[in-house]
Write a protein that binds this ligand. Structure first.
Ligand code: ATP
Ligand code: MG
Length: 587
């Protein structure tokens, strides 16, 4: 499964922030990275919102466009840094007037509209804790998270309030205030627009300890019940540094991160990091649609684009010709995160979009990109890349349960083979806890490492290759098989758009590899194709090839876009689905 490396030839249009990988790593320190930020005036600490907004809002840079929000019907709203400072200060004053202060949880349940960004950054100004919810969640997952997260204030829209909150509100006695955006505020709620208009636009950010809690993020729930990861203001140091290194952001860029701020990617890189760079950020309130996305890229003259493998696979389904109809000449860098990026997709980017796709790896828990393919360095298709400067990553020997083997509090770093991916604690955006789950947090660390729960290998040059989530590894006839490798090979077949691979229990082999396959348009699911795919996979994978293939045009995805293999598996076994609150079709 190795496609040739993609080297970077010629002179790049923009000088990359990271030119020499090894040198950047040697010379890097988090203190230097912190010094690139301003800090609150008077040495009063470090506040995310100040770094993202206020420090760019005075003088000429205040007139620069911070947000260019594309509405559902293509209407455009531009918000300058000065506008954003004014409105976030107003919102911080609104919170103060409501008696919500330091540490109080403010939840959002809003589409990607300007008020969402104002709420996020205004809350951080007020040293409150922002907890974003994805607006497509149904009432139960919303209730669970509001309850778990001790919600005190919620900002939502009139429509979402009526459809999703009104019915659960009396079960949430701690939820004191609900502000609603757009339209007449229903009884028991406050009009966001009116409250904002009445508030003063002067707000002094209180002293902010870099360790003050800032964000509460629920994980995607791919492997089980979502966990609430706690992040602090110091995380902004990592947001900014990684945005420069891994996404190569420059102040001149027009940047689009397609992830919803309800997920960590949409917060770290869809709100905070790009604004700390002082650039123009594009947001789109619409849902995925291949032509819409190409149009946004073309019309907004997006230069740097951060998206997800599932989106790229969907674009691939529509074919390269569709991409060719749009002027994507402004685009200079594409990155992706969230799931393994199939080598085929990296190369497709090169062919269809004129640029390869740079995969990078991180988690809700890490708060920022940890491993990446960089603008100036060779891409190895299928690899997540190398640790960003400031990050030490290693592979740990695994025990019988497939996770790192911990003996007397010790672990063993391996240099060859497959191990649990671990990170040396101490980077600023590392999570500081799982809300209300201290034991679980403690168990995430051993022998001086944070244990990611992902299994990977590393090549001689230090590139990391994702193998599987520890829970997804398939053991078949003595082989250890990562579903991703099998899925990627299947995707090389022209009929295959996407697949999900699991191990089905088998009395002889332990497990046999079973693939659920979504076909591209124009291909018919039948036995001939099934046999062809099995033979195709066997030629490349030998014993690791799937023994069974099922056609399924509707694979279960999380709302953040990941294939939920655990669901394929539990359904295969006739077991209950478990927590499906983040399943795409649940609402
Ligand atoms: P949960 O922890 O609730 O099961 P989740 O792990 O999917 O959900 P996130 O924190 O959103 O929640 O996702 C992080 C995970 O996504 C990583 O641990 C990894 O398994 C996967 N991932 C992220 N980026 C990549 C990548 N580039 N290649 C492979 N896997 C990736
Ligand atoms: Mg996880």
């Amino acid at each position: 499964m190795s496609l040739p490396p993609i080297s970077k030839r010629g002179t790049p249009r923009v000088r990359p922030n990271l030119v020499d990988y090894h040198r950047a790593g040697r010379e890097f320190s988090w203190d230097d990275a912190r010094a690139r930020l301003s800090g609150l005036p008077g040495g009063r600490g470090l506040n995310i919102a100040y770094e993202a907004v206020d420090r760019h809002a005075s003088g000429a840079s205040g007139d620069a466009v911070a947000l260019r929000c594309v509405g559902r019907h293509d209407e455009l709203t531009e918000v300058t840094y000065a506008d954003l400072r004014r409105d976030t200060s107003r919102f911080a004053n609104v919170l103060c007037a409501l008696g919500a202060g330091r540490g109080d949880r403010v939840f959002t349940l809003l589409g990607r509209r300007p008020e969402l960004y104002v709420t996020v950054l205004g809350t951080l100004k007020n040293v409150g804790v922002l907890a974003p919810l994805f607006s497509a969640f149904g009432p139960e997952p919303i209730y669970e998270r509001l309850r778990l997260g001790d919600a005190r204030v919620l900002v939502t829209s009139v429509d979402l309030y009526q459809r999703k909150i009104a019915g659960i509100r009396d079960r949430l006695p701690g939820l004191k205030h609900v502000l609603v955006v757009g339209g007449e505020a229903p009884e028991g709620t406050i009009s966001f627009d009116r409250a904002l208009a009445a508030a003063s636009d002067v707000f002094d950010i209180p002293d902010t300890d870099p360790e003050d809690m800032a964000l509460l993020h629920f994980t995607s729930g791919t492997t089980g019940r979502p966990k609430g990861a706690i992040h602090v203001h110091d995380a902004v140091v990592a947001h900014h540094a990684t945005a420069r290194f891994a996404l190569d952001l420059h102040p001149e860029d027009v940047f689009w991160c397609t992830a919803d701020p309800g997920w960590v990617t949409g917060m770290s890189y869809g709100v905070i990091a790009p604004l700390t760079c002082g650039l123009t950020m594009v947001t789109d309130a619409g849902d995925f649609d291949a032509r819409r996305w190409y149009r946004v890229l073309a019309e907004q003259r997006v230069t740097v684009w951060y998206t997800a493998p599932t989106a790229i696979r969907m674009l691939m389904r529509h074919g390269a010709a569709v991409a060719g109809e749009y002027d994507l000449s402004a685009l200079r860098f594409i990155a992706s995160v969230g799931e393994p990026l199939n080598p085929e997709a990296v190369v497709w980017g090169q062919e269809a979009l004129g640029l390869p796709i740079h995969d990078n790896w991180w988690q809700t828990e890490t708060g920022a990109i940890m491993i990446a393919n960089f603008a100036a360095t060779e891409i190895r298709p299928g690899s997540m890349g190398r640790p960003v400067p400031g990050i030490e990553a290693a592979l740990l020997e695994r025990g019988p349960d497939g996770r790192a083997r911990v003996e007397n509090g010790r672990v063993r770093v391996i240099t060859d083979g497959v191990g649990e991916l671990a990170l040396r604690p101490g980077w600023p955006s590392m999570f500081r806890g799982y809300l209300h789950e201290e034991d679980r947090y403690a168990k995430a660390f051993a022998g001086g490492w944070y244990l990611s729960g992902d299994i990977a290998r590393r090549d001689a040059d230090g590139y990391f290759w994702f193998v599987a989530r520890a829970d997804d590894v398939i053991k078949s006839a003595g082989h250890l098989i990562g579903p991703f490798e099998v899925e990627s090979v299947l995707m090389e077949h022209p009929a295959v758009a996407e697949s999900g691979v699991i191990g089905r229990p088998d009395p002889v082999a332990g497990e046999v590899v079973k693939a659920f396959v979504t076909l591209r348009e124009g291909h018919e699911a039948n036995d001939v194709l099934r046999r062809e795919l099995i033979a195709f996979a066997r030629r490349r994978l030998g014993a690791m090839a799937p023994k069974e293939i099922v056609f399924d045009q509707d694979l279960p995805h999380t709302r953040s876009g990941k294939v939920m293999r655990r669901l394929l598996k539990s359904r295969e076994l006739g077991l209950p689905d478990g927590d499906v609150s983040t399943l795409e079709s649940a609402s």
